[in-house]
Design a binder for this molecule. Structure first.
Ligand code: BG6
Length: 508
């Protein structure tokens, strides 16, 4: 059952369970997972019978761990200040387990601890294992969990065990395939929850609602009426303390192959036959399979990579990527990417460009999908227009979440020039409260056994298939980096790429 079917979040029955976080002393746990679990608990969304175990390699007592989590939650929770009364009782359900990831004794001891917690909290053997660790540990941990009886064969009913796998899932198509082959020896697809936190965002889920719960847009949603689509994921932050990670990943692997392609599939897909996880994911895979594969000849014309140099962002001087910690001073890793894709299917007819633009150290943080419609026939009002403006529907994913529509309007008065105006819907103004964080939604869905908002194996493979030839091509050469200063909208070649089509990037 898909969450979009449900009238209210708390309406569903939720099984008791224990959540085990591998990598519990890591950055993601502190910034995202702990606040998500706290807010789920505070909102009454967790099962009444619940416990959480942090699994990591550092020496720590339960008390140390609880104290650290409390600080993390106080700092990073979307709800502030920390609810001390709730936390004091909630922390009694939180435990720490120290072990190496490859230690048999560590898993034996974990199995024993989980049994004890089952007895104490009536969690009935149900488990979510959250792997927030370096990808090289994914197969090892899953193998050990299986070996020590912590991953059960699937069946209907309890007890159940599920594994959430953080990104990146593979490095390219061969490595993702190899990883999948390893994992599936011990874990069924129905137990595998590959996270892409963009799918947990309210505004991303609303793309399907917007398209398929309204009748006015869908009939226009095709190559006959849409001129082009622009998807932007801009961040003003640099890579911060994640230099070593980013040197391995680069922007393509970090946000394009996963987050941006998720946005693209939701915008481009056909209506699913139902709201089931399988039906939605089937349609997303079909979009990925319909994207025209770039050939080596296309790489220079359809793709622009960039790397930020020193500059000025948010009123402050900022260092270049090559000066960041743990980054090679001659690094060829990209921090910006602009791409043009075509989708060869009936709806898009291979004629509507989908432009993707993503980058670090751009002037602001903003994620947006903009659908530009074709021009109206220029027979009546052309002489009244200050400039020829197409209709643009903008889905603002974050921040200032909302949807706006640019339309042409008559300026009041007798001389009647036309001017574009904006109809604007804002989530905040309409619904008030801050929506749950993506990780809250995704952890909750996993406990419910709903995989709709997680990436399926064939989806991940289809996406890697698109990018692997490009990555191989890039490995051979690089443009002169750095090629854009911090605080700019990327290299000039990105503007030139879209200008060749007589279009321009949206000014955001
Ligand atoms: C993560 C990337 O997956 O997404 C980060 O690793 C990026 O580099 C982040 O900053 C962006 O997420 P959000 O939710 O802030 O848009």
């Amino acid at each position: 059952m898909n969450p979009l079917d449900e009238p209210g979040r708390s309406a569903r029955n939720i099984d008791p369970c224990i959540l085990v976080i591998f990598g519990a002393t890591g950055d993601l746990t502190g910034r995202k997972l702990a606040p998500a679990i706290y807010n789920l608990g505070k909102d009454g969304m967790l099962p009444a019978n619940f416990a959480c175990v942090g699994f990591a390699r550092r020496d720590k007592s339960n008390e140390d761990f609880r104290k650290e989590l409390k600080e993390d939650v106080s700092e990073h929770s979307r709800t502030k200040p920390l609810d001390e009364t709730f936390w004091n009782s909630f922390q009694e359900q939180v435990f720490y387990h120290r072990s190496e990831f490859d230690s048999d004794e560590g898993y034996q001891a974990l199995a024993k601890l989980l049994q004890q917690l089952d007895t104490r909290f009536s969690t009935r053997g149900n488990r979510v294992f959250y792997l927030s660790v370096q990808p090289k540990f994914f197969p090892l941990i899953i193998e050990k969990l299986k070996k020590f009886g912590l991953i059960y064969d699937t069946g209907n009913g309890e007890p159940w065990s599920r594994v959430i796998i953080e990104k990146p899932f593979g490095h390219d198509l061969p490595s993702a395939t190899a990883l999948q082959n390893e994992i599936q020896k011990n874990l069924a697809e129905s137990q595998t929850y590959r996270i892409d936190h963009y799918l947990g965002k309210e505004t991303v889920q609303n793309i399907l609602v917007f398209r398929f719960a309204n009748s006015i847009f869908e009939s226009l949603w095709n190559y006959k009426h849409i001129d082009h689509v622009q998807i932007t994921v801009a961040e003003d932050i640099g890579i911060g303390t994640r230099g070593a990670f980013f040197e391995e990943e680069g922007l393509l692997r970090d946000i394009v192959q996963n987050h941006m392609m998720q946005l693209l599939t939701l915008v481009a897909m056909e209506p699913p036959v139902s709201l089931s996880a399988a039906a939605i994911r089937d349609e997303k895979v079909k979009v990925l399979q319909s994207i025209r594969l770039l050939t080596p000849d296309d790489f220079e014309n359809h793709v622009v990579r960039g790397q930020y140099g020193p500059g000025f962002v948010n009123g402050e001087n900022a260092i270049g990527y090559r000066q960041e910690g743990n980054v090679n001073p001659e690094s060829r890793v990209e921090t910006f990417l602009a791409l043009r894709f075509y989708i060869d299917n009936w709806r898009w007819a291979g004629t509507v460009p989908f432009y993707l633009r993503g980058g670090k150290r751009l002037p602001k943080r903003t994620t947006e999908i903009a659908i530009t419609f074709k021009d109206a026939p220029g027979v009546l009002f052309q002489q009244h227009m200050k400039q020829n403006e197409p209709n643009v529907l903008a889905l603002r994913i974050q921040p200032n979440e909302g949807i706006s529509m640019k339309i042409n309007c008559k300026v009041p008065g007798p001389s009647s020039p036309l001017q574009p105006v904006k109809m604007d819907f804002r989530y905040g103004a309409y619904f008030g409260e801050s929506p749950p964080e993506a990780y809250e939604r995704l952890i909750w869905d996993c406990i419910l056994g709903d995989s709709t908002l997680f990436a399926r194996a064939d989806e991940v493979a289809a996406s890697w298939k698109i990018f692997t030839p490009l990555l191989e091509y890039w490995a051979k050469s690089a443009p002169p980096f750095p090629n854009y200063p911090c605080g700019s909208w990327g290299p000039k070649e990105a503007d030139e790429m879209i200008a060749k089509d007589n279009r321009s990037w949206r000014k955001l």
